[in-house]
Design a binder for this molecule. Structure first.
Ligand SMILES: NC(=O)c1ccc[n+]([C@@H]2O[C@H](COP(=O)([O-])OP(=O)(O)OC[C@H]3O[C@@H](n4cnc5c(N)ncnc54)[C@H](O)[C@@H]3O)[C@@H](O)[C@H]2O)c1
Length: 441
């Protein structure tokens, strides 16, 4: 099929590359000319495992192309995916300006029947807004092309995006027309040969499904963090409690890791947007609000642990920092807990030497102006002369480090682990003061 993907970010580029991999003819469009020209020269603007190979192969075999020219992409394509950003607006709602701007352009440019697919995460009612905007453009042009608007939320995870897209647990399609549903089923059929379901539903339910999925997972993270905080007060061992409940298949081990809380470009903004939607209908979503509050507190409590050990004044303290991205496997720094933690400690005068295997370039954009932070080329380079190590992200390379070497480099063997990577007894035997999430106060 001939497809256009508008917005060539984490979701748009993966979507485009994976559809091309299945033999479709895909044009990826972006308003950012620098990004498009980098892609045309074979440079991938983000880090996502496996993406480079997919993009290169499909580009070379002429199934995948890149452009800033939306007109050409719209004219050539039957199905147009909107995959632009929907960041948080000042009032917590989703900012739909990019989605609606693209819808308006599609209405201005379309030359026949089109299926317009919402791939971006958008609140209930957005498909209707997209429909209205396109109709208004068509009316102004004096043309009467037919079109359908479909909701097809994306559930991929950064770090495993290619695998998630190629082998999805489920595909959700919201549409009000049986023929369009058949078209979408045909498009996705190659991805569900192992019989994972394509779930067809109405548009509004599909829009809400994406928020409900993210809100559930975010709440699960806050739940285990709350239990960790109760462990800290009662002396229970969070690692054992986690095992004890995770083995119940109704609960499961996934998303049940105590830590610094959720971050990234989705959970925080999607929680806020869902809370905003509920409130705008006169309902107070108490579970969601509590999950958000616990998430914010989690970073503050970690800083508090550090402050309890070193005191209020951190002026002469240098911290080694392992991990900056909001989770392993990505260079995405949006809403990363590391940003809050470093900034709260910097307020007390602390300095940092930081390392991340993939996110240093992104981190420099966000922290580069902060004179308290310098960057190292390896995790061990951060340790020399540091008063303690802070772990923000559970990259695999941090899981079995050379502890003896670490001890010789650190000024004192102290670790504040925001991801509970190590066995506390082992670390004590090795001579470390080891602080982790849920540790007895
Ligand atoms: N990142 C994820 O893990 C993930 C997962 C599922 C869903 N989502 C959702 O998918 C959407 C996109 O997220 P993302 O992380 O890919 O965002 P992103 O910021 O990485 O990419 C968005 C892209 O859209 C482009 N863009 C903005 N306005 C445009 C316009 N008018 N015309 C053409 N291009 C335009 C930007 O230049 C950018 O390249 C969001 O709604 C997000 O919530 C993201």
């Amino acid at each position: 099929m001939k497809l256009a993907i508008v917005g060539t970010g984490y979701v748009g580029l993966v979507t485009g590359a994976c559809f091309a991999e299945m033999g479709n003819e895909v044009i990826c469009v972006d308003a950012d000319a620098t990004k498009i020209s980098a892609l045309e020269q074979g440079r991938i603007p983000i880090y996502e495992p496996g993406l480079q190979e997919f993009v290169k192969r499909n580009f070379e075999e002429n199934r995948l192309s890149f452009t800033t020219d939306l007109a050409a992409a719209v004219e050539r394509s039957l199905i147009i995916f909107i995959a632009v950003g929907t960041p948080q607006d000042r009032d917590g709602s989703a900012d739909l300006s990019a989605v609606l701007a693209v819808a308006k352009d599609i209405g201005r440019l379309m030359n026949g029947y089109k299926v317009i697919v919402e791939k971006s995460t958008v609140p209930v009612g957005t498909a209707q807004k997209v429909r209205r905007v396109i109709s208004a453009e068509l009316k102004a042009r004096g043309v009467d092309y037919q079109f359908d608007v479909v909701s097809n939320p994306e559930f991929l995870k950064e770090g495993t995006a290619i695998d998630d897209f190629m082998k999805p647990d489920r595909i959700v399609v919201g549409c009000d027309d049986v023929r369009v549903a058949e078209l979408m089923k045909e498009l996705y059929a190659p991805f569900v040969r192992t019989h994972h379901p394509i779930i067809i539903m109405d548009v509004v339910s599909a829009e809400l499904t994406k928020y409900a999925a993210n809100a559930f997972l975010a709440t699960k993270i806050s739940f285990i963090n709350e239990i960790a905080n109760i462990c800290a007060l009662t002396g229970a061992d969070i690692a054992m409690v986690r095992q004890g409940i995770g083995s119940d298949p109704r609960i499961g081990h996934l998303f049940l890791f105590p830590g610094l809380g959720y971050g990234g470009s989705c959970f925080p903004k999607d929680m806020q947007a869902l809370i905003h939607t509920a409130r705008s209908h006169g309902y107070t979503p108490r579970v969601l609000e509590a999950a958000e509050a616990v998430n914010q507190d989690q970073r503050r409590l970690f800083v508090e642990q550090i402050r309890r050990y070193f005191g209020d004044d951190l002026k002469d303290k240098l911290f080694a920092v392992w991990g900056l991205s909001f989770k392993p496997g990505t260079d995405d720094m949006r809403e990363a807990p590391s940003l809050t933690i470093l900034s709260l400690l910097a307020e007390r005068g602390a300095r940092f030497k930081a390392y991340d295997p993939k996110a240093i370039d992104e981190a420099k954009k966000m922290l580069g102006g902060n004179k308290a932070v310098s960057f190292a080329k390896s995790c061990y380079d951060t340790l020399e002369g540091a008063d303690a190590l802070i772990i923000n992200t559970e990259w695999t390379m941090f899981r079995e480090p050379d502890f003896e070497r670490m001890k010789t480099l650190l000024k004192q063997p102290v670790i504040f682990d925001g991801r509970n990577l190590y066995n506390p007894e082992k670390l004590a035997k090795l001579g470390f003061r080891y602080f982790y999430i849920g540790q007895k106060l």
